[in-house]
Design a protein around this ligand. Structure first.
Ligand code: AMP
Length: 443
């Protein structure tokens, strides 16, 4: 299957080829013809599957095939996203795929001045990407008319509901014409999502590319049992000794994200935090610095990281496990994107054992437990204790069921001081973790 088989116009095929894509992803292969047909769709797809192009390309084609006569352009396609970052990213895609078409688009979200947005809207645009809150602000100020919307996209609908946007979404729906095409994308299908889909969609085409509630197949997952108070040291060690250059680290709280970014900085690792308390400018800058490699570690909270699209992100670390198991799936979905191999590590302390078991229940599989020599936890945090009822014989170091040819990292205590690995970043070696040395063992 190639993009040429999907019924897209020459301008869109050119834009796709400009992006360097040669083959549609599974969701694109299914969604593009379905959207071009004009029907509603309900798609189960995580970030990383190529879903954005899956709805953007056919949406552009449909709008372009029926240009409004003349005068001010009404908004004809509305894409709602849960976060500012995702809105900005979706808009980047709209611009990239629509660059050979005469359509106008814009993005609006909160946290930045509303004035320039008002001016843009006044000039008329065809496609609007927005977060729900700021969208309703514009409606309230009568700077936006949604009565001509032909296509509605709800992107990451499950996230929007998690973030409490259901009332805002209902308000927006009430402003739209009854006759329209609806595209709903969600990584998970809770009862709430099903209810929303039932009330919104007319005989939708169902598209599912990842099994329900399963983590991206190409992400290898491992949990390192460790005492809580040694997590930061272990993280610095892993980054330094493996020479990781781009790592996304998740913490549970904003304060925790700030503190960890600062501590990593002291360990010699350039790090920055991204969370909801930071201004939009600071968040955009942090993400840009991370993307271009100026910052090695991005420490994020769940909400801030939603929808982050960072190409080929190789490593995601759960510094703390999330309280909600579905968030784990979203977190590790940041790696292993679009066919690339990814690795998700979790630093698991004794008090997080139940959270890990909940995650394994959701994934319907065990996550490999792997001790790191020199960071073995005190008795209650051992893999055996973490495995709970799946007791291992005394002395068993790891659960090898899904082990993927990687060897346990040996402690630098076993290496000669001053040797080639003396600046490995192991905290007990006293070295900084920022040097670009090779890993102590193959990983
Ligand atoms: P998304 O799931 O929409 O966030 O897309 C995930 C990533 O896949 C983005 O970085 C896209 O640029 C990339 N991507 C989308 N479609 C393709 C494709 N057909 N081939 C390769 N990469 C793609």
């Amino acid at each position: 299957m190639t993009f040429n088989d999907l019924g897209l116009s020459a301008e869109l095929l050119r834009a796709v080829s400009d992006q360097g894509y040669s083959q549609p992803t599974p969701i694109q292969a299914k969604a593009i013809p379905a959207v071009l047909d004009g029907g509603d769709i309900l798609a189960g797809a995580q970030t990383g599957t190529g879903k954005t192009a899956g709805f953007t390309l056919p949406l552009l084609q449909r709008l372009n095939s029926r240009q409004p006569a003349r005068g001010k352009r009404p908004v004809r396609a509305l894409v709602l996203t849960p976060t500012r970052e995702l809105a900005a990213q979706v808009h980047d895609s709209v611009k990239a795929y629509g660059k050979h078409l005469p359509l106008r688009s814009s993005v609006i979200f909160g946290g930045v001045s509303i004035r320039p947005q008002i001016n843009t809207l006044r000039n008329g645009i065809d496609i609007l990407v927005a977060t729900p809150g700021r969208l309703l602000d514009h409606v309230g100020q009568k700077t936006l008319d949604l009565s001509q919307v032909e296509i509605l996209v709800l992107d990451e609908a499950d996230r929007m509901l998690d973030m409490g946007f259901i009332h805002d979404i209902r308000k927006v729906l009430a402003l739209l014409p009854k006759e329209r095409q609806n595209l709903l994308f969600s990584a998970t299908f809770s009862n709430e999502i099903k209810q929303l889909a039932d009330s919104l969609l007319k005989t939708p085409t169902l598209i599912e590319v990842a099994r329900r509630n399963t983590a991206a197949e190409q992400v290898s997952q491992v949990a390192h049992p460790v005492d809580k108070n040694r997590k930061r040291e272990l993280l610095s060690f892993l980054i330094g000794s493996n020479n990781w250059q781009q790592v996304l680290v998740f913490t549970r709280t904003k304060h925790g994200a700030n503190r960890l970014a600062m501590q990593l900085g002291k360990d010699g690792l350039s790090a920055t935090a991204i969370h909801g308390n930071k201004s939009q400018g600071a968040r955009t800058k942090a993400l840009a610095d991370f993307k271009r490699g100026a910052v090695r570690v991005l420490v994020a909270t769940d909400i801030a990281a939603r929808g982050l699209d960072i190409d080929q992100l190789p490593h995601v670390v759960n510094y703390e496990l999330p309280n909600v198991p579905e968030d784990y799936v979203h977190r590790i979905g940041r790696t292993g994107r679009a066919g690339n191999q990814g690795e998700a590590l979790s630093l698991v302390s004794a008090d997080e054992q139940k959270l890990l078991r909940d995650i394994e229940r959701l994934l319907k599989r065990e996550v490999t437990k792997q001790l790191i020599a020199g960071y073995e936890p005190s008795a209650s945090g051992t893999p055996e204790a973490i495995a709970g009822d799946r007791q291992k014989p005394a002395g068993a170091k790891t659960n090898n069921r899904r082990r993927d040819n990687r060897s346990t990292i040996r402690s630098s205590r076993n290496r000669k001081p001053g040797g080639s690995n003396s600046r490995s970043g192991h905290p007990r070696s006293g070295g900084k973790a920022n040097a670009g040395q090779s890993a102590p063992t193959a990983r």
